[in-house]
Write a protein that binds this ligand. Structure first.
Ligand code: DC
Length: 230
């Protein structure tokens, strides 16, 4: 059966990764969470004094890019690939609210984007891939066979993210999480390089009122239709 590229873009906390992981498992495709790559670069920037509460040393971060090695390693117990930064598993560390607060600033830097986009395009060479992010259908794979754009209201997304962080034991308030979601939406949609926009040929899915199963069924049907038509 012909393998395709599925690009899933959309706002933060729209459940892109959950959906993409389920679809990849069902289809036997590779799943790539590009947000994890930007988060790992943000973590590197935090660990190496390139970013802090009131500063961003862009030059230092750009000069350090050759020393940032990003890899995904499949964890058979979890059923998905975890993010490694310079051979250290950072899957848990990159999901904190602190990293979320810095990541959009790091993702604005063109040199960072160029490095990560190149690596992402390399990963998609063989097709059979589901990649989620903000610029997958517009920049990374403008010719992807299927493009999905996911949206949901900011309060719905903040509530989901708040529940997730609370379940992990993170001491955060709903207001902090909502502010992070709204601020990231703004930076992601207003940055100069590769802003978050829906590709003209993407299919929009507002999942405010769809549960995970309904959303999975809708997108799986779209994928199967495209594969059959190929
Ligand atoms: O999907 P996420 O919330 O883990 O992504 C973290 C941040 O990384 C997000 O605020 C914007 C940025 N990002 C990006 O600019 N381009 C991508 N392809 C993926 C993520």
């Amino acid at each position: 059966m012909k393998k395709i590229i599925v690009a899933i873009d959309g706002f933060s906390s729209t459940g892109k990764s959950t959906l993409a992981k389920q679809l990849a498992k069902q289809l036997g495709y590779v799943y790539v969470d590009t947000g994890a790559m930007y988060r790992a670069v943000a973590l590197f920037a935090m660990q190496n004094n390139c970013i802090g509460v009131d500063f961003l040393d862009k030059g230092k971060l750009v000069d350090s890019l050759p020393f940032i090695k990003l890899n995904f390693k499949f964890n058979p117990e979890l059923g998905f690939a975890e993010m490694y930064l310079n051979d250290v598993n950072v899957e848990t560390e990159i999901r904190t609210l602190e990293v979320s607060n810095y990541v959009s600033k790091v993702a604005e830097i063109s040199e960072v984007r160029a490095k990560l986009v190149e690596q992402q395009q390399e990963m998609g060479k063989e097709k059979g891939i589901i990649m989620d992010g903000r610029d997958i259908g517009t920049v990374v794979f403008p010719k992807a066979e299927l493009k999905i754009f996911m949206t949901a209201g900011a309060d719905t997304r903040a509530q989901r993210r708040f529940d997730e962080l609370q379940a992990k034991g993170d001491a955060v308030t709903y207001e902090e999480v909502l502010k992070n979601v709204v601020d990231r939406d703004y930076v992601d949609t207003h940055r100069e390089d590769s802003p978050l926009v829906m590709a003209e040929d993407a299919i929009e899915i507002d999942n405010s009122y769809l549960n995970r199963k309904e959303q999975f069924d809708v997108v799986l049907e779209l994928i199967n239709d495209v594969i059959e038509a190929e």
